[in-house]
Design a binder for this molecule. Structure first.
Ligand SMILES: Nc1nc2c(c(=O)[nH]1)N[C@H]1C(S)=C(S)[C@@H](COP(=O)(O)OP(=O)(O)OC[C@H]3O[C@@H](n4cnc5c(N)ncnc54)[C@H](O)[C@@H]3O)O[C@H]1N2
Ligand code: MOO
Length: 552
């Protein structure tokens, strides 16, 4: 829980008077809902009293926002947007976010024309308009990617997003390896290359049901001959002009020059076989070693053991595989306000992260030993971290500077080394990475659910990949169907869905506290400071369950 929860009275009251509850972005008082881009933009008939009030406070900035096609929501962002967190003010969020229609059929949103309008400035207005609640003495965004003022430690610069990912990928060492029976190796990572233990096929075999023949036809079949079935040992050699019935997969007898398919042969009563179609030398014989020779490398180390890999390994003679141990992960969900079941009530909300993170981590190859709800109990957190034997502990919430945000103080108490202390990314900037002991790490995910996902993909995913011995996938980029405004200093991560024509469509409902856009998404698009134009390629971070879809 962050200070924000104690500090929203002013802006929240304003939001109520603005009818903001229509907008799924929630309270505009959220420091980072300037990054939310919900359909608040679609609200186009501002109440003049409220607008007047906003105009009075925000001066010409709000007017400018409206004249760019803004709305009440845009006015809100101008007022309350990034001001608290970074000293930036602007229409980045609801008003400036992507204008895509969500898959739920929401209408088009927002005047993204602000990007193309003549004289368009950056979608943010850098300046000093701040709500008193969000007054912050940290300087504005520094040069060179770092962004001062992560919550809880205002003087230290945060780490640039690409650097944070790289650092997380280098933070740990690959775990030990073990031999696993094929049935238990699925989803793990090959610790050594998969080398063929046999030729494949391991003998010359018939690709069809028919007759093995020797030389040009017609051919004579032996009287009373049984034919050769799959699984039998080596058959009697054929001589020129001879044939023998053969089944698919059976060993081809020595001397055979081709297999004649059953439907291409005519067998007389005198047991003479005529071909009714052209037959070429070697036809329908799979020669030994056609797929591989014993000792050939079939797959490199670091590859994921998929069902297909299990099949190949079995075919190539393996009973077990040497795989890297799965990273053990423990999830600690923090927050007294979280309910495990039922409807939100009395200011309490459902825990959205507990049910999401375990399965997501499993998709990332982790073995989740436990998901524990600790509330806002600093002692319980201290004990859990001190006792945990997990390779990686993930905490959720408590990363900001509120009165019950215990993660950083507890790490200090444990003497942990903070490797990443805030990242220049929206959402998710309070995320952190710490080394608890030389072999145990902690990723602190912010409590806002989409911010937590940003932390998962920025810090946990590269760390887990390294622990499991998997190489980083080559980044891939896909053009966007819509322009997406950038944050002035930070990277943005925006849910997108792949569309026809090799494009990705930014989704609405991407506020830090929302999962609606993410649940419809295939990937998160990486939007660098400055934004990404329509049709320009954006790097996509594929979501695990959508990784096999779309253009690469
Ligand atoms: N003064 C400032 N306050 C905040 C800042 C800031 O820069 N200055 N940053 C905001 C941002 S951005 C984020 S993100 C949050 C991070 O806060 P915490 O990591 O301390 O998380 P909490 O305060 O515990 O929770 C934030 C929010 O998320 C809800 N939450 C928490 N856990 C869950 C869960 N498991 N499922 C669903 N929702 C959850 C929680 O109720 C809060 O609404 O700090 C801002 N504040
Ligand atoms: O709401 Mo914060 O931007 O999500 O990290």
């Amino acid at each position: 829980m962050s200070a924000e929860r104690h500090a929203v009275a002013g802006p929240s009251a304003a939001s109520e008077s603005l009818d903001a509850p229509d907008g799924p972005d929630g309270s505009p008082g959220d420091a980072d809902d300037s990054a939310s881009g919900g359909p608040g933009d679609a609200r186009t008939s501002p109440s003049s009293a409220v607008d007047d009030a906003l105009a009075l406070v925000a001066g010409d900035r709000y007017e400018r926002a409206l004249s760019r096609g803004g709305s009440r929501a845009r006015g809100f962002d101008v007022l309350f947007g990034e001001a608290g967190a970074s000293g930036e003010v602007g229409g980045f969020g609801e008003a400036g976010g992507p204008s895509a229609s969500g898959p739920a059929g929401e209408g088009p949103r927002d005047a993204r024309d602000s990007r193309t309008a003549p004289g368009r400035q950056a979608p943010f207005v850098r300046g000093s308009v701040r709500h008193p609640l969000f007054r912050d003495d940290s300087p504005g965004p520094g040069s060179g990617g770092g962004n001062p003022g992560a919550p809880g430690h205002s003087s230290r610069p945060t780490t640039a997003w690409p650097d944070a990912r790289a650092l997380a990928g280098r933070a740990a060492r690959v775990l030990g390896t073990g031999e696993r029976a094929l049935g238990e190796a699925l989803g793990q990572v090959l610790a050594v290359p998969l080398v063929a233990l046999t030729d494949l096929p391991s003998f010359d075999s018939s690709a069809m049901d028919g007759w093995a023949v020797s030389g040009p036809g017609p051919w004579r079949l032996p009287r009373g001959g049984q034919g050769i079935l799959a699984g039998e040992g080596e058959a009697v050699a054929l001589h020129d002009g001879q044939a023998v019935a053969i089944a698919t997969g059976a060993r081809v007898p020595p001397g055979a020059t081709a297999v004649l398919r059953r439907e291409h042969g005519d067998l007389t009563d005198e047991r003479v076989l005529h071909a009714t179609a052209r037959l070429t030398h070697g036809q329908d014989i799979r020669p030994r070693g056609q797929e591989c020779r014993r000792g050939d490398q079939l797959l490199a180390a670091g590859g994921l053991v998929t069902p297909a890999v299990l099949g190949l390994a079995a075919a190539a003679g393996y009973d077990s595989l040497r795989v890297t141990r799965r990273p053990r992960v423990e999830v600690l969900v923090l927050g007294d306000e979280l309910l495990r079941e039922g409807l939100p009530s009395g200011g309490r909300i459902r825990d959205a992260l507990g049910p999401m993170l375990g399965p997501w981590l499993a998709e990332l190859g982790a073995e989740v030993s436990a998901t524990r709800r600790l509330g806002d109990d600093a002692e319980a957190l201290y004990a859990a971290l001190a006792e945990s034997g997990a390779d990686l502990v993930l905490t959720t919430g408590g990363t900001a500077a509120g009165p019950v945000d215990h993660v950083r103080p507890t790490l200090r108490r444990l003497g942990a080394e903070l490797l990443v202390d805030g990242v220049s990314v929206r959402p998710g900037h309070p995320m952190l990475l710490a080394r608890l002991t030389p072999d145990r790490h902690l990723v602190g995910l912010p409590g806002n659910p989409l911010a937590a996902v940003a932390g998962l993909l920025t810090l946990a995913e590269p760390l887990l990949r390294t622990l499991a011995g998997r190489p980083a996938p080559a980044p891939y980029r896909t053009p966007l169907t819509e322009a997406v405004d950038g944050h002035p200093a930070d990277t943005r991560l925006v849910p997108v869905v792949r569309r026809g024509g090799g494009r990705a469509q930014p989704l609405r409902f991407h506020g830090p506290a929302m999962l609606r856009g993410l649940a419809a998404a295939d990937a998160l698009a990486v939007i660098p400071p400055g934004g990404t134009d329509r049709g320009s390629p954006a790097e996509l971070l594929a979501l695990p369950w959508a990784a096999d879809k779309g253009d690469r």
